[in-house]
Design a protein around this ligand. Structure first.
Ligand SMILES: Cc1cc2nc3c(=O)[nH]c(=O)nc-3n(C[C@H](O)[C@H](O)[C@H](O)COP(=O)(O)OP(=O)(O)OC[C@H]3O[C@@H](n4cnc5c(N)ncnc54)[C@H](O)[C@@H]3O)c2cc1C
Length: 445
C-alpha cells in the first residue's frame, strides 16, 4: 500500500518532469520547480550533490568529503512535488517518453538531461588507466590516499633517486583545476612534508604542471595568466608549457618531443567530455560529446527533451559561437532559465537563453588568487578573499558552509591541513585486468 506522501505525489495532476543529474544544473532546476505545478523526479546515480570546484581541497586533505557533498534527500525533503531516486539512467527512449535505469523505467512529459562531464583522455586508454582524475569525490579521496602513501613509502627508500621518483608529482592540464591542485600540492611540500615527514628532504618533492598551451589558465586574461604563472613559480611549481603528454605507463611520462620524466603519480586535469546517454545519438556532437541544443536548451530533433549544464552545446548565442564555457554559472543560469520557460503559460512565448558572464577566478596556494571581472583584472590576497567568499557562499547547506569556514580558518591560521588519513588505501589495478572488465561491462566502464 502506498504511503500518504507517495499517494499525494501520484495524485498530483501535473505534467512529470524527469531530471537526470543533480549537479549544479539539476539541483538548481528542482529548486526552481519546487512548489510549482509539476511532478518532478530527480534521478542521480549518487545520493549527493558534489561541489566540484573544491574537489582539489578534498584531494589535498584541506576539506573532508562531507564538506563539499550534500545529500539529495535533504534537498527534496521539504519539496512535496519532488521525489528523488538513486538510479543510473542507461537509455532514453524518446518515442515512448521513457528512460531506462538500472532500477527500472520512468516516464516523463518533459525530460531534462543534466549529466555533466567525465575526464577526457582524448582516446588514450593507457593514460586513462594509469593516471588519477579529479572529477568525483571518490577520485579526490584516491588522490589524498595516494600522496600520503607516496610520502610514507618514500621514508623506506634509501636511494635518493628512488625517493625523488616517488615524490615527483605531475599534474597535466593548466586550467583552473590543474593550477589549483598544483598550488595546493606545493603548499603541502612546504608544510606537511617539511614538518611531519621530517626524515625526508622536502626539496626532493617536485610538482610539475604540464600544459600544451603557451600559458596556464587558457580562458583567462593575459594578465591573470601572467600572475598565475608567477604565483606558481613562487611556490616552486615547475610549469612546463607548449608540451603535450603523449603517454604514461605508471612510471614514465612521455612527451610529444620524445623526452620522458619518471613519476609514480600523474593527475590528469587536461579536459572533460560529455558521456551522453544512449538513445539520442542524432543530437550528439561527437567532439566533445555534448547534446546540441537550441536557444531554449531543447535537444536538437526533440520536442520535450532538454539538456542543461556541461552536457549542453548551444551555439545560438552570438557571444559564444563555440558554445558556452563548461562552468557552474552557465549550468545554474540555464537551469533557472529553463524553469522560467517551463513555467510560462501556454500563450506566452519562450525566451532564448543568454549567458551573463560574471567573470572567472582561480586560487593558487595560500592567500593568492587571480580574478577576471569584466575590465577588472587583478591577483593577490584581495582576489583570494573574493575567491574564498564566492566559493563559501556557493556551497550547498548552512552546516557545510560553517564546517568549511572552520576548516579553512584553522588551516590558514595554523598551516595544518587537518585531514591526512589513509582510510581507503589507493591501489592501482593492473591495466590488463581493467581492460578485461571494460570488455565485460562496456556500459559502466
Ligand atoms: C575539479 C573541478 C574544478 C572546477 N572548478 C570550477 C570553478 O572553480 N568554477 C566553476 O564555475 N566551475 C568549475 N568546475 C566546473 C563545474 O563543476 C561544472 O561546470 C559543473 O559541475 C557543471 O554542472 P552540471 O550540473 O552540468 O554537471 P555536474 O555538476 O557534473 O553534475 C552531473 C550529475 O549527473 C549525475 N549523472 C551523470 N550521469 C548520470 C546518469 N547516467 N544517470 C544518473 N545520474 C547521472 C552525476 O552523478 C552528477 O551528480 C570545476 C570542475 C571540476 C571537475
Amino acid at each position: 500500500m502506498k504511503t500518504p506522501v507517495r499517494a499525494a505525489f501520484d495524485a498530483m495532476e501535473y505534467p512529470t518532469v524527469v531530471v537526470v543529474g543533480g549537479g549544479f544544473a539539476g539541483l538548481k532546476l528542482i529548486h526552481r520547480l519546487a512548489g510549482k505545478p509539476f511532478k518532478v523526479i530527480l534521478l542521480d546515480k549518487n545520493n549527493y550533490h558534489c561541489f566540484q570546484p573544491l574537489l582539489y581541497q578534498v584531494a589535498t586533505g584541506s576539506l573532508g568529503a562531507d564538506n563539499i557533498a550534500y545529500p539529495f534527500r535533504r534537498s527534496v525533503g521539504p519539496m512535496p512535488n519532488v521525489i528523488y531516486r538513486m538510479a543510473e539512467v542507461l537509455r532514453v527512449v524518446p518515442g515512448e517518453n521513457r528512460v531506462e535505469t538500472d532500477h527500472g523505467d520512468f516516464r516523463y512529459d518533459h525530460l531534462v538531461l543534466a549529466t555533466g562531464t567525465v575526464t577526457n583522455f582524448f582516446g588514450n586508454g593507457r593514460i586513462a588507466h594509469e593516471s588519477m582524475q579529479l572529477k568525483s569525490i571518490g577520485q579526490a579521496l584516491d588522490i589524498r590516499s595516494d600522496f600520503l602513501q607516496e610520502f610514507e613509502a618514500a621514508l623506506y627508500l634509501e636511494d635518493e633517486q628512488a625517493q625523488r621518483q616517488r615524490l615527483n608529482f605531475v599534474v597535466v592540464g593548466g586550467g583552473p583545476s590543474g593550477v589549483e591542485l598544483a598550488g595546493a600540492l606545493a603548499e603541502i611540500r612546504k608544510t606537511i612534508l617539511k614538518h611531519e615527514f621530517r626524515e625526508v628532504d622536502n626539496r626532493r618533492m617536485q610538482i610539475h604542471l604540464v600544459d600544451s598551451n603557451h600559458a596556464v589558465l587558457a580562458n583567462f586574461s593575459p594578465k591573470a595568466q601572467g600572475l598565475a604563472l608567477r604565483f606558481l613559480k613562487d611556490l616552486g611549481v615547475n610549469v612546463i608549457l607548449d608540451t603535450l603528454v603523449t603517454g604514461y605507463d605508471g612510471e614514465t611520462v612521455t612527451f610529444k618531443d620524445g623526452s620522458t620524466m619518471q613519476s609514480t603519480t600523474v593527475i590528469w586535469t587536461a579536459g572533460v567530455k560529455g558521456k551522453p546517454i544512449p538513445g539520442l545519438e542524432a543530437a550528439v556532437e561527437e567532439r566533445p560529446a555534448r547534446y546540441r541544443v537550441d536557444a531554449f536548451n531543447r535537444v536538437e530533433g526533440t520536442a520535450n527533451i532538454y539538456a542543461i549544464g556541461d552536457i549542453a552545446l548551444d551555439r545560438s548565442d552570438p557571444n559564444w559561437p563555440k558554445g558556452h564555457p563548461q562552468v557552474a554559472p552557465v549550468a545554474i543560469q540555464q537551469a533557472t532559465h529553463l524553469a522560467r520557460n517551463l513555467l510560462r503559460r501556454d500563450a506566452s512565448p519562450w525566451q532564448p537563453f543568454e549567458y551573463r558572464d560574471k567573470g572567472s577566478m582561480a586560487t593558487i596556494g595560500r592567500y593568492k588568487a587571480v580574478v577576471d571581472l569584466g575590465k577588472l583584472r587583478f591577483g593577490g590576497p584581495i582576489a583570494w578573499f573574493m575567491w574564498l567568499f564566492v566559493h563559501l557562499m556557493s556551497i550547498v547547506g548552512f552546516r557545510s558552509r560553517v564546517m568549511v569556514l572552520t576548516h579553512w580558518a584553522w588551516k590558514y591560521l595554523s598551516w595544518k591541513n587537518t585531514i591526512r588519513l589513509i582510510i581507503r588505501p589507493y591501489v592501482r589495478r593492473e591495466y590488463a585486468v581493467q581492460q578485461a572488465e571494460e570488455r565485460a561491462d562496456p556500459v559502466h566502464s
